[in-house]
Design a protein around this ligand. Structure first.
Ligand code: ADP
Ligand code: ZN
Ligand code: ZN
Length: 755
């Protein structure tokens, strides 16, 4: 009989390496530092926990890895297993729940486990740096300690005062600080711990700023009936998995609902995870939470400095954060006491990671809630068709806030047919007059033009030359301020030519209009009026976006113009008129999601107007006023549009009525990706999965980008399990397909964009 190897040598350590590898590797526990003999079992191994980072011998060198499992046996040749080099940190960087989530995600999205794990972690942890965390000893109040009537400690005033101080700092207080403030603190702490009123913790210095609102937070408004019902429903589900769609028009008080739920979850001693699609949305939301919650949220996103990000990560992991507010990757942050997951603007495509480890933070948020057994709320004024359909079929609870909160009323939308109309600065006479009228009485106007730069095309009037990118199938955008022609797809640029590069003619003309040009023209049309432009070019400098938004909010600005940066989540209470200048392109785009995106964009921009007591109006300029999308939006709002769009998706068997995966390939030459995808198709056909359809390969809509030719093969199935089974086999075989030099490929499960 074969001897069980673990009896001799201790457990097998299953390690995922920080590299795009699908395999995991088996190791033995580390050698004791004092011996060169066999690997240590017993004591050394007992300190090992899944989620810890380890340094392991790999190939010729050493690699950082994460211990994902302690196993009893190994499939690999036992004699050739090596011991790990060493443990990098004393504590796991990922908890058991997060490990399960990431392993599930790697499997579902067919991504290498090492890649998935390490893209979830702060970047610095990919390198063998030890954690830079000098934890200090601290205490925090237990639930009993927080609930206690302080009167009961009146005969032990030192303990009473100390407990009161600790209660005022939900993240805990350092024992050293307490000793400095209270004589005899050590004994009082011991007593309070013994009575179960305090517990000792490790504190991360700087991770817990004492930014509390002194005497309790400011109370919020009284909830209206719809809000109260939504809060009640979710509260009832606390402690079990239940997904909800919170569908509420902009300004209907969704954030208020989040705040009440966070309060309830915090009171029960649990943590809340709040995910938003954009970094730009975090400061405003954070400020609102700080004003209302006793404990400031821990903010986590990619624009934080490395050390800051790591500290936030560990504050959450230590259970010291009551709320984590973050973008996509925050979905992986360890939170040992997680009790509620919230995803705001759940329809936003930015919640999908588009490169490297491709995942949907929204879908993983739902999965995470399911794994740990807590409710998850997906909020939006314009829910994605996927989520809406889940609500319609009853898989998700459906909470609706149809009215604006407080006294604000919903803006009215009207279409403005601009065919055959004289335009100035792209604005029809009617819109210009309405703008003047609003500005005259001190109101604000918002103009939405989703194209940055001065003009999208530069052409030669003599010979017809058009500025185009040498590396992409794309026109170059003229940026007058930078005096450059820029490619918005690959970043290539050239100095602005003074003459035609082909015929040397002097008559170069700019066609079309971006925000830079609109800005310039508005200043001529509305002299003396304060104008602010918000797009990627005007907000490059750190802090500039916040400054522009502040100026707009406090009324320093009369005309606010910008791209989709303005459409997302910001409140401009003084805006009474919104002009949407040019969305016609989106009406006829090739991507099947384009109409959904256009409708969401229109409703989101619309939501910026007329908050508070000023009613708002929205004017949509178009050359296609009879377009069915615009008509359904106008007549029945987003829900009417969504009903029509879902019917179309069902008829065309598109998501959510089928499931997709996209295999993309690119290479310097045009044939290479098509050949590779042809082979991938043959491979797929050989797998004989009848319920799976293959569409393509075809060249991508923009075939050449950044000097590389791109093509794609779409996989579709009406049955999710069939697709998953197929992808598991196919993705395993893909790496062994013959590949020409320079070819890159990637698999995207549930793709958001088909390019
Ligand atoms: P949303 O997140 O849906 O856009 P908010 O929660 O930001 O909506 O609410 C919009 C505005 O209405 C905010 O200024 C908020 O303070 C206010 N508000 C929310 N709920 C109420 C309420 N029940 N009564 C009065 N005002 C409210
Ligand atoms: Zn020319
Ligand atoms: Zn380019």
């Amino acid at each position: 009989m074969q001897q069980n190897p673990c009896e001799i040598c201790g457990p097998i350590l299953r390690v995922a390496i920080a590299a795009p590898l699908t395999e995991v590797f088996d190791y033995l526990p580390p050698r004791r530092p004092d011996e060169s003999g066999p690997a240590a079992s017993g004591e050394a191994a007992s300190k090992l926990m899944p989620g810890q980072r380890v340094l392991v011998p790999f190939g010729k060198g050493q690699r950082v890895g994460i211990l994902i499992e302690l196993a009893a046996t190994s499939d690999q040749d036992f004699a050739r297993l090596k011991p790990i080099g060493r443990l990098l940190d004393p504590h796991p960087v990922l908890g058991p729940d997060e490990l399960t989530l990431i392993r599930w995600a790697a499997d579902y999205y067919r991504q290498p486990i090492g890649e998935a794990l390490f893209s979830a972690l702060p970047a610095r942890l990919r390198r063998p740096n030890p954690l830079k965390l000098d934890c200090v000893a601290g205490v925090s109040a237990t639930l009993a300690g927080r609930a206690l009537d302080l009167q009961e400690l009146r005969r032990a005033p030192k303990q009473r005062d100390l407990l009161a101080a600790v209660r005022a700092a939900p993240q805990g207080l350092a024992i050293a600080d307490l000793s400095a403030r209270f004589g005899g603190a050590a004994a009082a702490v011991r007593n309070l711990c013994a009575r179960g009123l305090l517990e000792t913790t490790r504190l991360i210095p700087g991770g817990c700023r004492p930014e509390r609102v002194a005497a309790g937070a400011t109370p919020g408004p009284e909830l209206n009936a719809d809000q109260a019902a939504a809060v009640r429903e979710v509260k009832r589900a606390l402690g079990v998995f239940r997904p909800f769609l919170l569908e509420g028009v902009t300004g209907s008080g969704k954030t208020e609902v989040y705040i009440r739920l966070i309060e309830a979850v915090t009171a029960s001693g649990k943590q809340t995870l709040l995910i938003v699609p954009e970094i730009a949305l975090t400061p405003q939301l954070r400020e609102r939470l700080v004003g209302r919650l006793p404990d400031p949220p821990v903010v986590l996103h990619s624009a934080l400095g490395g050390a800051e990000r790591e500290r936030a990560w560990h504050t959450a992991a230590a259970g010291r954060a009551t709320v984590v507010l973050g973008t996509r990757s925050a979905v992986f942050v360890p939170m040992p006491r997680l009790g509620l997951v919230l995803v705001d603007e759940e329809h936003d495509p930015s919640l999908k990671q588009q490169e490297g480890f491709r995942y949907s933070a929204r879908d993983l948020a739902v999965r995470r809630a399911q794994l740990i057994g807590c409710p998850v709320v997906l909020g939006s004024a314009t829910p994605s068709l996927e989520t809406l359909s889940n609500a319609q079929t009853g898989r998700y609870g459906w909470l609706r806030l149809p009215q604006r909160a407080g006294s604000a009323c919903a803006p009215t939308i009207s279409l403005l047919d601009i065919r055959d109309q004289p335009l100035q600065a792209g604005l029809s006479g009617v819109l210009r007059e309405e703008m003047r009228a609003e500005i005259a009485v001190g109101n604000q106007v918002l103009l939405f033009l989703n194209r940055r730069g001065y003009a999208p095309v530069l052409t030669c009037h003599t010979c017809g030359w058009v500025g185009s990118c040498p590396h992409c199938d794309a026109r170059l955008t003229l940026h007058l301020g930078y005096r450059r022609l820029c490619c918005h797809h690959c970043g290539w640029f050239q100095p602005l030519p003074g003459r035609c590069p082909d015929c040397r003619g002097p008559d170069l003309r700019m066609l079309g209009r971006g925000t830079e040009r609109l800005d310039e023209e508005l200043r001529l049309l509305f002299p003396g009026v304060a104008i602010a432009r918000v797009d990627r070019d005007t907000t490059r400098r750190r802090g500039e976006l916040a400054r522009l938004l502040d100026a707009a909010r406090c009324g320093e600005v009369q005309i606010l113009l910008g791209t989709q940066m303005l459409a997302k989540g910001h409140h401009f209470p003084r805006v009474t008129l919104v002009g949407i200048l040019d969305l016609d392109q989106a009406l006829y785009a090739s991507d099947f999601r384009a109409p959904e995106r256009a409708a969401q964009m229109i409703i989101q921009v619309t939501g910026r107007a007329g908050r508070a007591e000023r009613p708002g109006r929205v004017v949509l300029q178009t050359r296609h006023p009879e377009h069915p999308l615009l008509q359904s939006l106008l007549r029945e709002g987003y829900s009417g549009f969504a009903r029509a769009a879902l019917a179309e998706r069902r008829a065309a068997e598109l998501p959510p009525f089928s499931h997709l995966a996209l295999l993309r390939a690119e290479a310097p030459s045009a044939e290479t990706p098509m050949e590779f995808l042809g082979r991938a198709r043959e491979l797929a056909q050989g797998l004989g999965e009848a319920q799976v359809q293959l569409l393509g390969p075809v060249p991508a809509p923009m075939e050449r980008r950044a000097g590389r030719h791109r093509a794609q093969l779409l996989v579709q199935s009406s049955q999710r399990p069939c697709l998953q089974r197929f992808l598991a086999r196919w993705s395993q075989a893909l790496p062994s397909l013959r590949r020409s030099k320079g070819l890159r490929w990637s698999l995207d499960v549930d793709p958001q964009d088909l390019y």
